[in-house]
Design a protein around this ligand. Structure first.
Ligand SMILES: *Cc1c(COP(=O)(O)O)cnc(C)c1O
Length: 347
């Protein structure tokens, strides 16, 4: 790996961060806080939240098997993705490489930050080859994005290929594990100490059932996390979000029950949908959604909309022509989908 200094934008490496009142005094002993120009009334929302979300991280760390210094929390994973560009990629100079098709935010963030985005097509099994991604790099390639389980294809990338990438690429490798809770495969978090160039992204938005609170996690070496903390907005995770996440972490068994139900439903829906005349095939998945190849995806999409059922039409995405991405809902919602699809006649 190139040194973190070589990978970081020079202005970011040299940056002295804004120091908030809560940064300068963060002890718990004081009882009179006259340092942050807060209103003394309207407890508890009158006070600025903990800028480093310490209580939340103290609950997350044991659950994830990492140290608190390995955790960055942001306004969704999307904040972490944006910070990766802002910290490491020099606009107009550096580039990033990503699998294709994949989650759309990597490309949008690259474009917002004026960073060249190099998509590398997966094979026909939606698998990636480390050698294919490595063939796209040059000295200005700072980051690679791998999403596993991948959105919109649903499958996990081959672990051997991810390991190969982490060993052979001398820049940063981001592995987006937004759907890892639905997979039987182990998270890369267990190897965080082994790979100093690894950044793992996870989120409260999917299995954790908290898309509305906007809380994403990035796990990496303490040195990388320190760079994120240096450039983030001082109070990037608000108090209501921190509180709600703490409540959520105190009942992980609830999340496991949701996951179990969704996995059962996923098996049932996939089994039923392939029997329908409109469906050509379904693709293997490790997520709470699956990709279905159908006859005339756009017509079926429009028909489902007219029935009040919204799926994601992925027909214009590379390798996904005539594919619909279908999220697993409640049993009733899934039945409504199957019922509507069963009425389609294919001549
Ligand atoms: C849904 C999703 C996310 C979640 O993003 P948040 O900003 O945390 O809601 C991240 N990555 C992928 C691949 C996703 O599909």
């Amino acid at each position: 790996m190139r040194s973190l200094k070589e990978l970081t934008r020079p202005n970011i490496w040299a940056l002295k961060p804004y120091s908030s009142a809560r940064d300068e005094y963060s002890g718990a002993d004081a009882s009179v806080f006259l340092d942050a120009n807060e209103n003394p009334y309207n407890t508890p929302n009158n006070r600025y939240p903990d800028p480093l979300q310490r209580e939340l991280k103290s609950l997350l760390a044991p659950l994830k098997g990492v140290k608190e210094e390995n955790i960055f929390l942001g306004n969704g994973s999307d904040e972490a993705i944006d910070l990766i560009f802002r910290a490491f990629c020099q606009p107009g100079v550096d580039n990033v490489v990503a699998i294709e098709p994949t989650y759309g935010m990597y490309k949008v963030c690259a474009e917002v930050n004026d960073v060249e985005y190099r998509p590398m097509l997966l094979d026909v099994y939606y698998q990636m080859k480390a050698s294919a991604l490595l063939s796209a790099i040059d000295e200005y390639t700072k980051v690679m994005f791998v999403c596993s389980p991948n959105n919109p294809t649903g499958n996990s990338m081959c672990r051997k290929e991810i390991d190969s990438l982490l060993k052979r690429f001398d820049g940063l490798v981001v592995v987006d594990e937004a759907y890892i809770d639905f997979s039987d495969l182990p998270s890369l978090l267990a190897d965080l100490d082994k790979y100093p160039n690894l950044i793992v992204l996870q989120t409260f938005s999917k299995a954790w059932g908290n898309a509305a609170i906007r809380l994403g996690m990035a796990f990496a070496s303490p040195e990388i996390i320190a760079i994120f903390n240096k450039i983030k907005y001082p109070y990037n995770v608000n108090r209501l979000t921190q509180e709600e996440a703490i409540k959520c972490l105190q009942q992980p068994e609830k999340v496991q029950a949701w996951v179990n139900t969704l996995l059962e439903e996923r098996a049932r829906v996939m089994e039923e949908i392939v029997k329908l005349p409109c469906c050509i095939r379904v693709f293997p998945t490790d997520a709470n959604f699956f990709l279905a190849k159908v006859y005339e995806a756009t017509q079926i999409y429009d028909y489902l909309v007219s029935e009040g059922i919204i799926v994601r039409n992925r027909t214009n995405v590379a390798l996904c022509s005539d594919c619909l991405r279908i999220t697993i809902g409640t049993k009733e919602e899934n039945d409504a989908l199957l019922e509507a699809l069963s009425k389609i006649e294919i001549e």
